[in-house]
Design a protein around this ligand. Sequence first.
Ligand code: SPV
Ligand code: MG
Length: 287
Amino acid sequence: MTSLRESVASNSLVQAMATHSPLSAKLAEEAGFNALWASGFELSAHYGLPDASLITMTQHIEMLRAIASATSLPVVADIDTGFGNAVNVVHAIHEYERAGAAAVVIEDKTFPKMTSLVADGRQDLVRIEEFEGKIEAACATRQSEDFLVIARTEALIAGLSRDAALERGEAYAEAGADMILIHSKQTSPHEIEAFIEAWGGCVPLVLVPTAYPDMTVERIKATGKVAMTIWGNHTVRAIVTALREAYRQILSDGGIHQFDKQVASVAEIFHLQGMDKVKEIEKQFLR
Ligand code: SPV
Ligand code: MG
């Protein structure tokens, strides 16, 4: 199997789809995405909670472990701030690598964090030196060279200038980060495209175009400096849209008689659950 590091080096854009469950991860793999994003936003929403460091590392890592064992795609773990300082980062990297993550993304905000996209959110950044220490700690802790450490700067989210964002990105790359995730909540891609244009760093970039959906794959590829795009929260949003419509229709139809014909069959769910394998095991071993 191609490692995420090899995919990143191959010059073809890695598209990581957001997931918060093994079932959605399997569907993303079936659709043809080449990586998965174990999103903090999505798992928080799954628990009905805001993305504000409320779900624990244990909750996130257990879900990541289940996702990684249910699919063959590399899983990029969204570890937010790294759950504290460099001591917490060392512990987190050790645990996430053992759980099956192919990469982690650590962001330069203070713990507890506030989700990046909310209007007027509290977006406090740690000092550059402190975050360099966290990146160095992550790199020193990983066991496999294939395990990627991605540093995410929230400088633009925090309202700092492009130069300040560039300074942070360059410092984190110097500290050993394999890639730099640059985040923006502008609704047009211009802020990000200007950053990419000015980026002279020695490592490729990662984007999460959630707030600026006009940044298509074609437009990302045209920059020549982006190795990965993360479709950050479209799994949970698609589920919300689909469930709202399903629940509305069942109540308004007075039963499932119509809706039953429109949804995935039970046989399809059996397939996604691996029922075929259970049948084989029964045949072979049940006496
Ligand atoms: C997430 O999916 O948890 C992210 C991406 O960090 S975003 O919510 O767009 O900041
Ligand atoms: Mg997140």
